[in-house]
Design a protein around this ligand. Structure first.
Ligand code: NAD
Length: 309
């Protein structure tokens, strides 16, 4: 049976979820973009006289805010500003039933196994049989996320790991499990290349897959050497950025774009699975932990290693 992606659903409207939704909209695929109901938009906080539509809008605040942000970000996630019309914001409490409309459901919530498992349990209740379900995890075990799900879910479940920003970075890691149907893997590889315009690499379901296993290691070794040598953030970025022909991908600029909280979770994916000297490398230094406590997460919180410009 020929498979078509006529509509997609993206769950999680943060940095990556909104960027992936924009990439799909740029291709012409309508997207339902869902997030949780923000605390301050919960029903109790909204006056009893508020009209239903307004209440719904308040409950969609995160996803709606993310769509507004897409117009402001640089480099532009939207190829044309009208493409945002293809993205319909919603929330996971009111709109879960609408997952049955989607041929492809992409999970893009925080990098935490328990949170992701809970989302997939909800997805299973509402998806239509045969629809594709994928995770954008940076390196949590794909098989572990699908534990307890039905056979149909597991046969159609795999990792699709986009890189930040999704419109521009060409790599897409596709990570099947031993339960994923072979034709689903082949479809995703072809779709990734021909429709999403990516260079697809099939990766094994190992902690942080390929690119992040290497990338996180390199970044943390760089930071450890910086601390030993007493170098500054600016010095490290000038050596690891423009001098290497990567003006926008220097060490700390990258961390600000990724989000330091997400980076710490990604380092932990490997830390929890290895031991000895390798484990030490994946233990981020205490100044980074302190920055997360202080909400200095990078662009998404307005300040990180650099102030948001
Ligand atoms: P983010 O912090 O920007 O966004 C996470 C979103 O998840 C938020 O909008 C939040 O409200 C939502 N969320 C939190 N708990 C939820 C729940 N219980 N149900 C539904 N939504 C919930 O994070 P991000 O950077 O977009 O990362 C999302 C995923 O993509 C993670 O798995 C991360 O590892 C992966 N990833 C991130 C990058 C990057 O550069 N930031 C790159 C590749 C992959």
């Amino acid at each position: 049976m020929a498979r078509h992606i006529k509509k997609a659903a993206v769950i999680g409207s943060g940095i990556m979820g909104s960027g992936i939704a924009a990439h799909l909209a740029n291709i012409g695929i309508p997207v339902l973009l869902l997030d949780i109901v923000p605390k301050d938009a919960q029903d109790e906080a909204v006056s009893g006289t508020t009209a239903v539509l307004e209440r719904k809008k308040a409950r969609n605040a995160l996803a709606e805010g993310a769509v507004k942000q897409l117009h402001k970000q640089k480099p532009a996630p939207l190829a044309r500003k009208e493409n945002a019309d293809l993205i319909e914001p919603g929330n996971l409490e009111d709109d879960l039933h609408r997952l049955e409309e989607a041929d492809w459901i992409i999970e893009v919530v925080v990098e935490n196994l328990e949170v992701k498992k809970k989302v997939f349990a909800q997805v299973e209740e509402y998806r239509k049989p045969g629809s594709l379900v994928t995770s954008n995890t940076s390196g949590i075990s794909i098989e572990a996320m699908a534990e307890g799900r039905s056979e149909d879910f597991q046969r159609h479940f795999l990792g699709t790991h986009f890189f930040n920003p999704p419109r521009y970075l060409k790599l897409l890691e596709v990570i099947p499990t031993k339960h994923t149907d072979a034709d689903v893997v082949q479809f995703m590889k072809r779709f990734g290349e021909d429709v999403l315009g990516k260079g697809v690499v099939l990766a094994k379901d190992t902690p942080n897959f390929i690119a992040n296993r290497i990338g996180t290691f390199g970044l943390l070794v760089t930071v450890q050497e910086m601390l030993k040598g007493g170098y500054s953030v600016g010095e490290v970025d000038s050596v690891t950025g423009p001098a290497l022909g990567r003006p926008k991908s220097a060490t700390f600029r990258t961390l600000d774009v990724v989000g330091l909280d997400t980076f710490m979770h990604v380092a932990k994916n490997v830390y929890d699975q290895v031991d000895g000297a390798e484990q030490q490398v994946f233990d981020p230094p205490s100044f980074m932990k302190k920055m997360v406590e202080e909400n200095r997460l990078g662009s998404k919180s307005g300040r990180g290693f650099y102030e948001k410009r």
